[in-house]
Design a protein around this ligand. Sequence first.
Ligand SMILES: [Zn+2]
Length: 369
Amino acid sequence: MANKAYKFRLYPTQEQEQLLAKTFGCVRFVYNKMLEERIQIYEKFKDDKEALKQHKFPTPAKYKRDFPWLKEVDSLALANAQLNLQKAFTNFFSGRAGFPKFKSRKAKQSYTTNVVNGNIKLADGYIKLPKLKWVKLKQHRQIPVHHIIKACTITKTKTGKYFISILTEYEHQPVPKEIENVVGLDFSMNTLYVDSEGKRANYPRFYRQALEKLARAQRVLSRRRKGSNRWHKQRLKVAQLHEKIANQRQDFLHQASRQLANRYDAVVIEDLNMKGMSQALHFGQSVHDNGWGLFTTFLQYKLAEQGKKLIKIDKWFPSSKTCSCCGRVKVSLSLSERLFRCECGFVADRDTNAAINIKKEGLKQLGIA
Ligand SMILES: [Zn+2]
């Protein structure tokens, strides 16, 4: 079984918008109520792990008695709030995350609902959702008939747009593809990657222009008096630009990963730890903005769909300092040296040389000489 999500824009009526706002509010309310209670239980049994495990935790049903208006919204949305809280605690107990936090009004407006007995249906530009009935949507691509809808997440963005992410499940056992064409990618701050054939992926010009526009809009915002009318107006403009840029970036990453997955049977990359890397190199936000993580996620499933492979090699492999021609490893190579020159006479673009080494290392892992 495999999963795939489809995201579409929703166009609710005014009445539906009101119900959506109510649902976001109820989900947050129930989440915070359950968290409040669980904090009390936690405080009480903190020193007795067994008792803590045995204790029955609150469920949304309990609050419906005291707060009957909770019955007006999709009960599956509330059930998912409980599951999310459970997940937050599991992550906390395993040390993967901090103690669960209360959801504020400013937090992301979203809820998830599940398919039960045909309560969710897609037809003729509309989607039927629990309590909301038929909501208009812009379905720019078809969901294949063998994909079964499992859950839907409805989100409202900061600029007031609605989106639905439809999670599907489908039977999928791709035949492993025989590996003939392999490419290595070297991560690059400015252009996403350089491949072992010397090609650079490059963000489209309009994307880079939008980034400059955003930086300007943010400077204007910082000069306005906080809370003033002009400040609110500018804040909306910044949020709109953020959304636009995030969409453009995602489109580009989909496109770039699609091309690679179609052209090659295996793609080799370095297993970079972005968080560690941005801290170590003081790149700050830009490494995350670069979208490498998102890109490799797309690449992974687009290759897997076709029975192809994404190979990750050790991040400590000296891909930059090694000569891809003779294998000599340089003692030092400064970041300003854009050309790689080896004693053996080999000269190549620094990033291309690294990408060739990454490819070679991947071939070794694949057992191909
Ligand atoms: Zn050499």
